[in-house]
Structure formats: C-alpha cells, structure tokens
Write a protein that binds this ligand. Structure first.
Ligand code: ZN
Length: 475
C-alpha cells in the first residue's frame, strides 16, 4: 500500500459500504477531517435551522487567482438524490489528499456538496419548508437557495455543474415496458437568451468528451432528455426555466450544466455505482475546464460584457419545437432486459422564442409593496432609491389574462398596453437598473408577460390583477 493510500480518509458512504445514507452531521465531520489534511482546502459552514450546516468547500477559492476560471460544483438541491453528494465527497477526499494536482492548480474550485441538508436527512426532495430548491432560483423563498445565490454572487463562477438524479422506475414506464437506462445524463443551456458560444461548445465538445470518458469507464450515457413520450409527452432537453439552477446561472453568462445520474429503486440501491458515476463525471468536467481554462474565461467575459449593456430582444416566452431529426433513443426493455433503440417522432430539441421585449434602462419597484421589496432584497439585484433623470416612465395597463400551458406549467399570458406615466413621487420607488450580469434575469423577472416572471407565481399574481402593473419600465 502506498503512503497516500494509507492516509486516505474514507467518505461516510465508503465507511458504510454505501448501504446507508450519509447524514448532514457525518458529512460535516468528514469535511473537517479533509480540511485538516489539506492546506489548499477551506470550508465555511452556513448555519440552518435544526442544527444543520450548509457547507461550502473551496480549493484556492478564497483568494481566487486571476487568470484561472472559477468553477462551482453543487449537489443535492433535491434531498432524495444523494449520489451527486456522495460523488463530490469522493472528489473532495481526493483533492484534499493531493490527487489531481492539475485541477487544483488550474482552477479556483467551489464545491457545495449538500445544498439541502434537511431534505437529505429526511430523504425527501424538498427543504424543511417544503420548497423545491431547483424551482426557486428567481423567487428565492428557501434560505438554502439564497445561500447558493450569495455564493454565486461572491465568486461569479464562469463554469457551474449542478448534480442531480432522475428516477426511471415510475409506473408509466413499467406499463410501457421500457425505461431509461443511462448511468449519467448531461444537460446544457436551453434558455434562448443564454450565450450561443456556450450552447455550441456544450454540443460540439463537452458532450462527446464526457460520453467518451464515461463509456471508457463502463458507464452508459445520453444527453439529458425529459418527457414521458410513452404517454405522448414531448421529448425535450428539459426546461428553459430560469428558476432552475442551471438556467439561472447560465442566464448570468455562465457555462452551466446539469448532471442527472440514475437514482435507485430506493435511495441506497446501487449507491456505490451511482456515486462512482457522478464522481467520474465531475472529474471529466473538471479536466475539461482545466484544459480549456482560457476559452471558458473568454466566453464568460464576452457573455457578461454583452449582459452589461444588453441590446436586442430578450425572450420572455418560449416553447419547444420539433427539429428535422427523428431521435434514435435507446431504452431498456423490461421484458428482455436488453437495449432497444426507439425512433422518437415527438423529439422537440428546438427552443423558439414566442415573445420578446427590448431591454429598458431599468424598472421601478413600488417601495410600499412589502412582498416585492422582501423579494428584491433576496434577489441579488442591485437597487437604489435614486431614480435617473431625463427618462420616460412606462406603465403596463392590464388587459385580458389568458391561461396558457407551456412547459406543462400553467401560467398567465396577460394582454398589456403601454402608457406613459407622469409625476413619479420621489422616494416612492426603488430603481433596478438593467445592467450587470443579471440584466436578462431582471427582465425575465419583472415583465408582466414573462412566463417565468415573479407575477407567474401564485403569491405574486395580485400584480396582474390590477388596472396597471405596479412595476414600471424606465426607458
Ligand atoms: Zn433533482
């Protein structure tokens, strides 16, 4: 046994032979051991309710060195998807032991191995307050999502990877007689406002790189697809929703990916293989980032320059459409337990914008609306009481509100009419300028017709049910 192997700390999963789930407390104890082992690692713990801790691990991240891209890996926003966390613990242990020196030397690394400690400890998808964190990156209702937002804002990573698991064992698939059987699915950006170069490089370079690496290690792989086509649903590359972590980082000029490992029949079934497949995926993506450090930084800084001074339409409603391709889609036959390739006609890989708006200079938020102000403070968006001069204030007069079904989520699609407002009372509004890396996200959040805007959430739909939309455009 080599010296390194003798000193190797075991992860809690390894210690239990991957037969039990790792508690938040076990995870914290493990990180403390790793921290002692490594002078390049540091850990910060954000306290949560019920004595749980949200750990933030950095390798060099505290004094990020210019010229290196900052990469953020996060796992377990969904508490009942443990393998991403277990995989990142294997990675942290390696890095703390001085393995993969090139990665630590070439990247500033931030790892959030467990974003939903309460969900983890109760093996449930949602947080203690029953919030789905991966549908909370714009509304920020969960304390845990707000912590992710703060970390993203502090470090402004250029590359992010969000680790999840999918569950292919549902009844619909059982009746159909086939199921998905990919150890790992990898998804890129789909929101049409995100950077073209990033979307292209994902398809052209990152997908084939990870596929080759995983297949070489004996894992099956496919691009992330969603939609139960056996019951007529459209098969698509997931959502375009900026409330999901991947799109919310992506809309801020980040090369942002999602990993979907295959969950077990229950949370511990095949947990070792699942954790290993997530670990290998993380390692492949970090090697890609280290080898393409300059390119990633250039892409992100160009995207963020454009966001700083947005031009052209910003899409606020979009949907998925068929392309020219019939997809060859491998599924496991539950009868023969062999792969069968399906020709999927309902493959909808193309995202098209249905409605866009031109960026305003900014928005005015009524200071007296305590719900909106509470949200604005958590949003991470810059705001102040100083309202610019020499500008026009535009209100949306509200017409008929239609319900529409996009992304399978019922949303409102109101008719609006623009009109000029005179006589803004000083001090009665907060100004949110449409600039900086969140400029697109601000527009998506605050336009009344936006399918992912705050007004599309039940707690804010009062904004639509007034004569005039209370948030004003500054033009
Ligand atoms: Zn998930």
């Amino acid at each position: 046994m080599s010296a390194t192997a003798q000193q190797m700390i075991l992860t809690p999963g390894e210690t239990a032979g991957f037969s039990k789930l790792t508690t938040n407390k076990q995870l914290v104890d493990f990180l403390k051991q790793c921290d002692l082992q490594s002078d390049q690692m540091s850990v910060k713990y954000y306290p949560l309710a019920e004595d749980r801790l949200f750990p933030v691990v950095t390798f060099h991240g505290n004094n990020s060195l210019a010229g290196k891209p900052t990469v953020m890996l996060l796992a377990q926003q969904h508490g009942n998807e443990p393998s991403g966390m277990e995989g990142l613990l294997l990675l942290i242990r390696d890095l703390a032991n001085g393995l993969h020196k090139d990665i630590v030397a070439d990247l500033n690394l931030i790892i959030l191995p467990q974003c939903n400690p309460y969900g983890n400890d109760f093996n449930q998808r949602r947080t203690a307050k029953s919030i789905d964190m991966n549908r909370d990156h714009l509304l920020m209702r969960a304390e845990e999502t707000t912590i992710i937002q703060q970390i993203f804002d502090n470090y402004r990573p250029q590359f992010t990877v969000d680790f999840h698991e999918y569950y292919p064992f549902g009844n619909g698939w059982k009746e159909f007689g086939y199921r998905r059987n990919f150890d790992i699915q990898l998804g890129g950006l789909t929101n049409p406002n995100t950077d073209h170069a990033m979307r292209n490089i994902f398809k052209a370079e990152i997908l084939p790189w990870v596929e080759a690496g995983l297949v070489n290690k004996g894992y099956s792989f496919f691009e992330y697809t969603l939609g139960d086509f056996s019951s007529g649903e459209r098969l698509r590359h997931s959502t375009t929703d900026v409330n999901d972590g991947r799109q919310s980082f992506g809309i801020a000029g980040t090369l942002s990916l999602i990993v979907e490992g295959m969950n077990g029949l229950d949370s511990t079934e095949r947990l070792e293989r699942r954790s290993q497949s997530q670990y290998e995926t993380a390692l492949l993506l970090l090697k890609y980032a280290a080898a393409n450090a300059v390119l990633i930084q250039q892409m992100s800084s160009k995207a963020r320059e454009r966001l700083n001074n947005p031009e052209g339409m910003v899409s606020i409603r979009q949907d998925h459409f068929k392309g020219d391709v019939v997809l060859d889609y491998p599924l496991l036959s539950l009868k023969t337990m062999k792969d069968t390739v399906f020709k999927v006609e309902v493959y909808h890989p193309v995202v098209k914008s249905l409605l866009g708006v031109y960026p305003p200079k900014g928005y005015l938020i009524p200071a007296a609306d305590t719900l909106l102000m509470f949200w604005l403070k958590r949003s991470g968006f810059v705001h102040s009481k100083v309202i610019p001069e020499g500008v026009a204030f535009i209100a949306y007069r509200m017409g008929v509100i239609n319900s529409s079904l996009l992304e399978g989520i019922e949303g409102s699609d109101p008719e609006v009419f623009k009109e000029t407002v005179n006589g803004i009372q000083p001090g009665s509004y907060f100004y949110v300028p449409v600039t900086g890396i969140y400029s697109h996200k601000i527009i998506i959040a605050l336009e009344p017709q936006s399918m992912y805007g705050i007004a599309s959430f039940p707690e804010f739909d009062y904004l639509l049910r007034q004569e005039k939309f209370p948030v004003l455009r500054v033009e």
